[in-house]
Ligand binder design. Structure first.
Ligand code: GLU
Length: 483
């Protein structure tokens, strides 16, 4: 059996799109499931689109997500270099082979001629504009003369008209394109750099790529690649084109309707486990209702057969839900590290509470948060005294008798040296009984006094976490402020 080798082949043109991370993930999962190799190849032949720092960003996203590549930049396997810009000689040699086989030809047409040709074809309302093979018939002598005269040229693929190009795609099944619809693609540009098509096919072949797994937007390129494989006399890899990613309104996933860069989700505090889990389900299912997965479980379950044909809708609510699930599934000490990192960049950076205090917050708030930062923002009262008291709750829960009730409660807990949760509970019940009121008449004002808000963990948890002194002092502050 042929070795399974797949590649993620991004162009370093900016941020890493969610769709690119999905491509990388599916390739990774497929390779690891089959015991194969996952290659990272940087497709940087378009010098005009190169962005400073983009390669480093791609590598850092893969590292963050835990998608380690087996071969690629700084991890030389036997097929490097893994930057296309460092392989120009290889493409040159290969394009010469195609020229010799008459499967490619030199084209000296000027940009002016090409523009005029396109405008003429548009005027004639042709189904598509195409190069007219004007230079195909130049003799070897003419070509030589033109080159010697210093004329600019490109090298084009010679697409034979009237053919049906067929290939099998794992997702789309049998695919057919008519060669009449395919332009004589430029393979080598006048700057001596190859185009995507040539470099991609040559590298996939030389790197022993067995399966090409990529987004559906590359499907129209595939017949051109098939022609190139045939022209070289090489065996084609297996193709699998992944379904489009869609906005909830089923338009193509775009920046206008939300974030599309992986970096944005990272910055917003999404866990890598959640993002990977979520992205894995954008176009693939194990065939049951299961939605929560870790990366190693995805590796075990993944198969190309279960990739869907239809577009996958990006549902941010589901991502948020998965983030909460993955966060809750983490051990507290891991959350502690993340919480401290969050606190370091918050306004509490100069006054970060001790670990055992933070661990109590984590324990109480875990069922109530979806993001690490919510261990702060959803319960600021654990970090500072309330400055204000939620107006609607004051109206509802703060009664004329409340100060007296709370004072009694404060007296009762002051006798404990270090009250436990149950001590707060018995103090509360005792207060209610002595004052002949229901428990609610103690709980509501107490909650307001210690937290300033009406929601949150159980009141005994809050008091216990804050501790006796702070609970009592907050009761005094509230009775002063609210009267
Ligand atoms: N360089 C292309 C990209 O940016 C690679 C497409 C492919 O996988 O063939 O996605």
């Amino acid at each position: 059996m042929k070795e399974i080798r797949v590649r993620y082949a991004p162009s370093p043109t900016g941020y890493v799109h969610i769709g690119n991370l999905r491509t990388a993930l599916y390739n990774y999962l497929f390779a690891k499931n089959a015991g194969g190799k996952f290659i990272l190849r940087i497709e940087d032949t378009d010098q005009t689109r190169k962005v400073e720092g983009a390669v480093e960003n791609i590598i850092s996203v893969l590292k963050w997500a835990g998608l380690d590549y087996d071969e690629g930049p700084s991890k030389e396997g036997g097929c490097g270099p893994y930057y296309q810009s460092q392989r120009l000689e290889i493409y040159n040699e290969h394009v010469i082979t195609l020229l010799e086989k008459k499967r490619a030809y030199y084209c000296f047409c000027t940009p002016e001629r090409l523009t005029a040709l396109r405008e003429e074809q548009q005027k004639q309302k042709l189904p598509q504009t195409k190069y007219d093979k004007h230079c195909l018939h130049l003799t070897d002598e003419e070509v030589k003369r033109n080159i010697e005269a210093g004329m600019h040229y490109v090298i084009r693929l010679n697409v034979e008209p009237g053919q049906t190009i067929k290939f099998r795609d794992y997702v789309r099944e049998d695919v057919e394109f008519q060669s009449d619809m395919i332009d004589d693609q430029i393979l080598m540009k006048s700057d001596g750099f190859p185009t995507y098509h040539l470099a991609n096919v040559v590298d996939d072949h030389l790197m022993g790529v067995s399966h090409v797994i990529r987004g559906e937007e590359w499907l129209p390129s595939t017949p051109k690649h098939v022609l190139l494989y045939e022209a070289f006399g090489w065996e084609k890899p297996v193709f699998a084109h992944l379904p489009l990613l869609l906005n909830p309104d089923r338009s193509k996933l775009s920046k206008r309707q939300g974030d599309v860069a992986v970096e944005d989700y990272r910055k917003k505090g999404y866990l890598k486990e959640a993002l990977i889990n979520f992205i894995a389900l954008l176009g693939w299912t194990a065939g049951d209702d299961r939605e929560f997965y870790y990366l190693d479980e995805l590796i075990r379950s993944f198969s190309l057969e279960r990739i869907n044909k239809s577009g996958a809708v990006f549902d941010i609510e589901k991502l948020n839900w998965l983030n909460a699930e993955h966060l809750r599934a983490k051990p507290d000490d891991e959350i502690l590290v993340m919480l401290k990192d969050e606190l370091k960049v918050s306004k509490y950076s100069g006054n970060i509470p001790a670990d055992d205090y933070l661990l109590k917050i984590i324990d109480a708030m875990k069922p109530r948060v979806s993001f690490v930062k919510e261990f702060i923002t959803n319960c600021v009262y654990f970090y500072e005294d309330p400055e204000e008291y939620e107006e609607a709750s004051v109206k509802k829960g703060w009664k004329p008798q409340s100060p007296e009730i709370l004072k009694k409660f404060a007296e009762k807990i002051s006798v404990f040296e270090k009250p436990l949760k149950e001590d707060y509970e018995s103090a509360l019940k005792g207060t209610a009984a002595e004052m002949s009121v229901g428990n609610g008449a103690v709980i509501h004002p107490l909650r307001l006094a210690v937290s300033g808000v009406s929601g949150g963990p159980g009141i005994f948890d809050i008091c216990y976490i804050l501790g006796k002194d702070r609970t009592i002092s907050r009761i005094h502050r509230a009775t002063e402020k609210l009267g």
